[in-house]
Design a protein around this ligand. Sequence first.
Ligand code: NAP
Length: 287
Amino acid sequence: MEYENPYSNAKQFWSAVKTKFELDTQRTAPVKPFVTLTFAQSLDAKISSANKQQILLSCKESMVLTHHLRTVHDAILVGVGTVLTDDPRLNGKRIVTYFLLADIVGRYMIRFVEPSEYETAHNPTPVILDTNLRIPENARIIHYHKQDSRCKPPIIVCSPTAYNSSSSKKSTLESYGAKVITVDEADCDVSGRPTIGAILVALGGQGVRSIMVEGGSQIIGSFLKEQATSTNSTIDLMIVTVSPKIIGSLGTGPTDSIVLDGSPPAIELKDQMYKQFGCDFVVASLL
Ligand SMILES: NC(=O)c1ccc[n+]([C@@H]2O[C@H](COP(=O)([O-])OP(=O)(O)OC[C@H]3O[C@@H](n4cnc5c(N)ncnc54)[C@H](OP(=O)(O)O)[C@@H]3O)[C@@H](O)[C@H]2O)c1
């Protein structure tokens, strides 16, 4: 069978998606940042296993795509729930492994040597939506930029109430390099969370032109709900990896946290591109 380089495939796919959909991912302020919503799901539409435990769904080829997508966005956004369960670092580093897997040692071995392309690769600014500053002070995302100078310190978006009641937590997080930003009280919903629209405006104000929204379940739900109910488009592009696995009814789905009227469909996707990455199937859809 012909050997396929997963890193080249990832770059080619992103380039083809940008060309076909005529994407402008480098919009300049004060316009809303470009938003790519992306996640990996099982064949029965679950993104995590029972009790929201992290589960590895993507195969190595689609994982390379995910990490390449991180490097082509200014920021990568998750909710505090994902930080609490997965403790992610949210960078593009795993590309290194697969870049080498593809280009140096071939299909069956992995070596951790850094190629020159990675030295200059862009790493996105991590953004965490965390209304009440619940993020642990020792979370890897808070400290990782000090271990690797190519990585950026995170932006944490919280509510104005958290700002007052947890000011010592805010100062501690800032002392580690994190930027803690808030939105006006009027821009929070009934549960006190900053609205997605206000978050995007606030991030645009920080110079963020493109955001890759990676999850988890509640964050994906909130972005989809905003897309379904707002008159302005929130999500520009969706890239979903479908993995040939069945999780079962205890798993969590991407829309479990929201109610959408499904008839007619709450969101109509405009145009699609499909590609197989290893054993996974990736669909990119324009909204
Ligand atoms: N398969 C994938 O691609 C993928 C990707 C990422 C994560 N995951 C999985 O997803 C699971 C975590 O999902 P999760 O739902 O527990 O956590 P989450 O969606 O990452 O974070 C949810 C939390 O974010 C905060 N938040 C702030 N603003 C929000 C808003 N506007 N809308 C919704 N939430 C907001 C809320 O806490 P406050 O109210 O306290 O702010 C909420 O509890 C993990 O199992 C993880 O492994 C899967």
